[in-house]
Design a protein around this ligand. Structure first.
Ligand SMILES: NC(=O)c1ccc[n+]([C@@H]2O[C@H](COP(=O)([O-])OP(=O)(O)OC[C@H]3O[C@@H](n4cnc5c(N)ncnc54)[C@H](O)[C@@H]3O)[C@@H](O)[C@H]2O)c1
Length: 353
């Protein structure tokens, strides 16, 4: 089948590499253009992937009438401006997480999306993993009943992206909340059916980053002394359906994990669950027995960063809704922003007043 949708990638660094196999595998879309502020990196990327339309000015790609999809893979601070410009130019847009590091940035994108009538998707790749798909299917079929509590964490030990795009607020918008909190929080809310948050009590601080000799296992890089984002955050969130959530994130914690510990427990009236083990825990009240059931996993068709691109192209081609709508990313960012506001105020932040 001819690939009818033409894709332009903006920002050809680390994460863009994980999208390329998806565009290559898509039966609907192919990458024909790229933009990056670093010309040498852009030329090397173009040569590697056989992409000839290359420009260090993103507007050249955004305004190219032959392009249907823009894939935004730049650092967080550029997302909002690029996404809005691309939507205004009539393109469908997939954008890396966080969609924007503030709720205001996402509001602007939603406005532009609604004016353009095009699709906007946040690249939340964990949703496309087999373990997530299996869990979501089971939860939607009612296995947990009403979910009344969740515990989620994404904790790393000395695994901080010690790069300017991540450790300075002006570039990233925040620390692990914004970098990895978006992953576990998006997944948790999605499993919970995206209830509306009504209050947040949060703490966000940097108890370890300022240690003399603080370092990242990632390339054994030192943590920049002037890093101005948190290295740890925790929160208690209430939702309008009465459910609650406890969230913990860190880049540096003294936690016994190699690399990263990412887990989620959900507790419902009919059962509990663990992700990524994909286990459902239930109680037979007649026999007074507990059952733990391992879900049959949906096999990963391909790496989830790639699969999200395949799915986005399919939705554009078939006129389907966005697989990860911006409204759900707005909910995620409203909670993360609430953590920062709660830290600053030293009290609970209510969203329903
Ligand atoms: N989903 C995931 O698992 C995951 C993992 C890592 C990063 N990310 C996200 O991907 C985005 C990029 O992160 P990365 O790790 O690839 O960073 P990176 O620094 O490796 O790559 C970013 C690229 O964007 C380019 N760039 C910067 N400003 C630009 C602009 N205005 N126009 C065009 N190009 C520009 C840089 O030169 C660089 O090549 C971030 O939003 C990050 O949160 C997601």
């Amino acid at each position: 089948m001819a690939k009818t949708l033409k894709v332009g990638v903006i920002g050809v660094g680390g994460i863009a590499k994980t999208h390329m196999p998806g565009w290559a595998a898509s039966e609907h879309a192919e990458v024909v253009a790229g933009s990056d502020v670093f010309d040498s990196a852009l030329q090397a990327w173009g040569a590697q992937h056989g992409v000839k339309k290359l420009s260090t000015t993103a507007a050249d790609i955004i305004n190219d009438p032959d392009i249907d999809i823009i894939d935004v893979c730049t650092p967080n601070m550029y997302h909002s401006e690029l996404v809005v410009a691309a939507l205004n130019a009539g393109k469908n847009v997939i954008c890396e997480k966080p969609l924007a590091p503030t709720p205001e940035g996402i509001h602007k994108m939603i406005e532009a999306r609604d004016k353009s009538g095009k699709l906007l998707m946040t690249a939340q790749h964990f949703r496309f993993q087999g373990s997530s798909q299996a869990m979501k299917r089971e939860i939607d079929a009612g296995a947990l009943g009403d979910i009344y509590h969740a515990r989620s964490w994404m904790i790393r030990r000395g695994w901080i992206p010690a790069r300017p795009g991540f450790v300075y607020k002006k570039n990233s918008g925040g620390g692990p909340c914004i970098d990895i909190g978006v992953h576990i929080l998006d997944l948790t809310l999605w499993f919970m059916g995206n209830p509306k948050p009504i209050s947040i009590t949060g703490v966000a601080k940097a108890p370890l980053a300022k240690h003399e000799g603080a370092f990242s296992q990632w390339g054994l890089a030192p943590v920049p002394k002037d890093m101005d984002v948190e290295d740890f955050a925790s929160a208690f969130v209430r939702f309008d359906n009465g459910a609650t959530l406890i969230l913990e994130v860190s880049w540096l914690m003294h936690h016994n994990t190699e690399g990263e510990d990412m887990q989620m427990w959900l507790y419902g009236t009919e059962g509990g669950s663990h992700w990524p083990k994909s286990e459902i825990l239930a109680t037979n009240y007649k026999t007074q027995q507990f059952t733990n059931t391992q879900l049959k996993l949906i096999a990963d068709k391909m790496e989830p960063h790639a699969l999200e691109c395949v799915e986005f192209a399919r939705c554009v081609a078939e006129g389907l809704p966005s697989p990860v709508p911006a409204e759900q990313s707005l909910q995620v960012m409203t909670i993360l922003d609430g953590i920062y506001r709660s830290q600053e105020a030293g009290r609970e932040i209510r969203l329903d007043e």
